[in-house]
Write a protein that binds this ligand. Structure first.
Ligand code: PMP
Length: 398
């Protein structure tokens, strides 16, 4: 049966992990993965999550099947987080939200649903984008193209090119947008530019799909929802995938959500009926634990506050690593200006290091980064930052 099966290419980032794990050097550092580590290099267990888990363990609730779209309390909590409790969108009943298997699962059920509606649409993702965007929408059956985004010369967004491109697209085209903390570049749109993107979507009749994987990692929960707020206020229909992997440090629990903003409550009912079919034929219904924890934290004022404080702690630590790295590079005699690292938002930095320099970091120092030069700032800590800065200084000084 399997004689003709070809070896698939390795996942670039997970492949990096395998190489890192096999490296025996004690000083090795993995800057490749998109995971937040604390200052001790550990994946944190948030106190708010721990409290919710403890309460759940004590209650020992039965483990029946969940509704196909997940429990209503979860959907409500996600909508309140995205659109604001008591907002027109959360009150109107025109938003449908389904619990999903992480942000990836949310994107995938959204993609499958969209493909059933309009299989001939083209999906546009930013150049560059999270590497799974292309694969995921292609796997759903779509043709996937890039829209202009990052400009390596300014280390920012080439917004003129992006906007002109959007204004030239066919109606019904699906446009995947990083709602905040762009992965991999760390370069986000300004609030005013978001406003222009919303108008371009309206003018061209595009289908916006916001990917919200890092809410709270740039400025804060509300501040990072600018794009979502502008789309909400526009009256347009759009998709939002949420991931709680990073913001709750619940990576392996696979907690996320897909929200679809429709035109009316009646439309929402029809959309949800179709979305449920997509889910039912994929994995039937979502798992309980992670979603229950997230819903419990978001629905308790005390736990929610504690969570926001802990999220702020993660955000501040990443920021400290950004400025620390820039300072240390300067202190080690690097003349090249790395101050852009401070301006980038979220977990990642596009450092501008070449593939050859990344290779040298690995070979000479046991420091692993993505070949595009993307590093995860959240993998730096007070113990390894000096070593990493020294290594980067060595490779950039040649
Ligand atoms: N979108 C983006 C932009 C991401 O960076 C990630 C995670 N790296 C995801 C979606 C997927 O999130 P999850 O791990 O929750 O599936």
């Amino acid at each position: 049966i399997f004689a003709a099966v070809e070896m698939a290419p390795r996942d670039p980032i997970l492949g990096l992990n395998e190489a890192f794990n096999a490296d025996t050097r004690a000083t090795k550092v993995n800057l490749g993965v998109g995971v937040y580590y604390d200052d001790n290099g550990k994946i944190p267990l948030l106190a708010a999550v721990k409290a919710a888990e403890k309460a759940r363990l004590e209650a020992m609730p039965p483990r029946g099947y969940q509704p196909i779209e997940g429990p209503a309390i979860y959907g409500q909590a996600v909508q309140n987080l995205l659109f604001g409790a008591g907002s027109e969108l959360t009150e109107s009943g025109r938003v449908v939200t389904a619990q999903a298997l992480g942000g990836t699962g949310a994107l995938r059920i959204g993609a499958d649903f969209l493909h059933r509606m309009n299989p001939n649409a083209t999906v546009y993702i930013s150049d560059p984008s999270w590497e799974n965007h292309r694969a995921l929408f292609e796997a759903a059956g779509f043709k996937v193209e890039n829209y202009p985004y990052y400009d390596p010369t300014t280390r920012g967004v080439n917004f003129a090119a992006m906007k002109a491109f959007l204004l030239g697209l066919e109606a019904g085209s699906i446009i995947v947008l990083h709602a905040c903390c762009h992965n991999p570049t760390g370069a986000d749109l300004s609030d005013a530019q978001w406003g222009e993107v919303v108008e371009a979507c309206r003018e061209r009749g595009l289908v916006p799909f916001l990917d919200m994987a890092y809410q709270g990692f740039a400025e804060g929960i509300d501040q990072d929802a600018v794009a979502v707020n502008l789309f909400s206020a526009s009256g347009l229909q759009f998709f939002v995938s949420s991931s709680f992997s990073k913001s709750f440090s619940l990576y392996g629990e696979r907690v996320g959500a897909l929200s679809i903003v429709t035109a009316s409550k009646e439309e929402a009912g029809r959309v949800m009926s179709q979305l449920k079919r997509v889910i039912r034929t994929n994995y039937s219904n979502p798992q309980i634990h992670g979603g229950a924890i997230v819903a419990a934290v978001l629905s308790s004022p005390e736990l929610r506050q504690q969570w926001e404080d802990e999220l702020a702690g993660m955000r501040d630590r990443i920021r400290a690593m950004r400025s620390g790295l820039v300072e240390q590079l300067k202190a080690k005699g690097v003349e090249q200006d790395f101050s852009f690292v401070i301006k980038q938002r979220g977990m990642f930095s596009y450092t501008g290091l070449s593939a050859a320099q990344v290779e040298q970091l690995k070979n000479d120092f046991g420091i692993y980064a993505v070949s595009t030069g993307r590093i995860c700032l959240a993998a730096l800590n007070s113990k390894n930052i000096g070593y990493v800065a020294e290594a980067i200084a060595a490779v950039v000084k040649g």
